[in-house]
Design a protein around this ligand. Sequence first.
Ligand SMILES: C[S@@+](CC[C@H](N)C(=O)[O-])C[C@H]1O[C@@H](n2cnc3c(N)ncnc32)[C@H](O)[C@@H]1O
Length: 277
Amino acid sequence: MANALKLFALRQAARLIYCVRKIHDLFWKSVADLVELTLSEEQAAAWTRFHYSSRSGQYVHNGYNNSGLYDWERRAIDDYFPKSPARILLTAAGGGREAIALAQLGYEVVALEPEEQFYFELTKACAGDESLTAMQTSHEQLIATPPTDLPCFDGVVIGWGSFSHLPKRDEVYALMETLQGLCPKGPILTSFFVRQPPHQLSRSRQRLRQFIKSWSPIKRTLDGYLRFDYRLGLVRTYDQQWLDELAAHVDCHVTTFEPYPYGHAVLVPNKNTVDDA
Ligand SMILES: C[S@@+](CC[C@H](N)C(=O)[O-])C[C@H]1O[C@@H](n2cnc3c(N)ncnc32)[C@H](O)[C@@H]1O
């Protein structure tokens, strides 16, 4: 009898936890749909800025900024970048993690970062190191006013994950064109959230999305590559197909695309590679 009761209680507990989990999932999926379908790209960019300006402290810590390149970054640099000494343009540099590590490998680095507090850390890292230069610039500013006074770079590193912070497709193309202009013969290492193949949406979710879309003032074309991230707002995701398209747009090809341990790819020019130059 006691055993039967225990079994009954156990089943009820399992059922309850299953239900709570279902409600939790449903809640987050609805929030994700709501944000994805109603947030403009400008609002998404503001959400991302808010995250970095007030919620993301690690890039101001010396320990983190001196922790060196991740293994996948190191492999990409070793395998596809010209050997040092060479000039590298680094965007979205944060507090300087990649910049410091690249300078230690013997590279000359121009590092860009828009966020005030990270830029401050970056300038501290650059102080007294002639191989490091810091500029306070975002991807959007780089596209709008590409620097004309810098000699060509031998390689570009788009700072960790920041390729996902351009919600507008046009801006992604424009950034690639700008970077290619600044580094016409070298590789471009970029990293991003990886696009997961879309799951078949349940009918109720399809209906919910239809309802939100009909009511939303945002009439953005849904290209399936934007998704909601609770920290960063909308993030742009990538897969091999879109990277190939992007590379072709700037007369490059994707020489490596790895979804793990963190999504990254290296694009190299079709002609005039560093070796041919
Ligand atoms: C994941 S953090 C990486 C920081 C640094 N590269 C690192 O790995 O330690 C992403 C960086 O992208 C920057 N960022 C966000 N939006 C950006 C934008 N629109 N243009 C350029 N950088 C941006 C953030 O300020 C932040 O420093």
